[in-house]
Design a protein around this ligand. Structure first.
Ligand SMILES: Nc1ncnc2c1ncn2[C@@H]1O[C@H](COP(=O)(O)OP(=O)(O)OP(=O)(O)O)[C@@H](O)[C@H]1O
Length: 211
């Protein structure tokens, strides 16, 4: 489930994220040194072979990985949502799709008609059908799509998505590209994918790591 922090909205000026000479890892460094920036409105893709440290880089920015050198700077007040490569799912839970959207923040917590009235993207029809369903009864792809929408349309300014096409068929992968383009100026996105076609269709820039 996405975890937006409860800080005020980030200032509009300057990049949301600055990564400078970062070396990150776990017991030892596995990625870097890397330097890049992400501004609001950008969708930046991470591309690289298995084990090159893409997930570790997202973890270092989101939470969890150890920083061995360099620095990560977020614009003051930047709220982060992080969809992990294998999002945690409770085996039994009465929570619904609507509960998941509400947890992402007020912007994601709405029905299609209300969203249109506020000038925000309408909840896509395939997701509207999931609002009343229990999360533990959703398919892997349904859960993935709902989680990514919540991260993108929730309160976060910076959205980290690790393999967001996991469990998605080609039709829903296309829908995901539309999700990323909807209201894109409101946030910056850093995503990992092995699917080059998806990266080319959805990203404004692609960073290759581990070469
Ligand atoms: N929690 C962890 N503790 C120790 N080492 C880890 C941990 N997670 C990942 N690693 C190691 O860090 C290296 C980079 O892993 P990471 O998952 O970041 O790569 P990746 O590029 O995302 O790979 P993939 O494309 O296969 O998902 C690997 O050698 C991996 O074994």
């Amino acid at each position: 489930m996405p975890k937006p922090a409860e800080s005020p909205a980030a200032a509009d000026a300057g990049p949301l994220l600055r990564v400078h000479a970062l070396q990150a890892g776990h017991a030892r460094p596995v990625v870097g040194p890397l330097s890049f920036e992400i501004a609001r409105g950008e969708v930046v893709g991470l591309w690289g072979r298995n084990g090159s440290g893409k997930s570790t880089l997202l973890q270092a920015i989101g939470h969890g990985a150890r920083i061995f050198g360099g620095r990560i700077e977020r614009a003051p007040g930047t709220r982060v949502a992080y969809q992990e490569q294998r999002p945690v799912r409770l085996s039994a839970s009465p929570l619904t799709g609507l509960d998941l959207l509400r947890a992402a923040g007020p912007a994601a917590d709405d029905r299609p008609v209300h969203r249109r009235q506020r000038g925000r993207p309408a909840l896509p029809t395939p997701l509207a059908a999931l609002l009343r369903q229990r999360l533990d009864r959703l398919s892997g792809g349904q859960y993935q799509l709902l989680g990514v929408w919540a991260a993108l349309q929730g309160a976060a300014d910076l959205v980290l998505l690790d393999e967001p096409t996991n469990n998605l068929d080609p039709h829903h992968e296309t829908l995901l590209v539309d999700f990323l383009k909807a209201d894109a100026d409101r946030r910056g996105v850093l995503l990992v994918s092995h699917e080059r076609g998806f990266l080319d269709a959805s990203c404004s820039r692609i960073l290759e790591i581990g070469t």
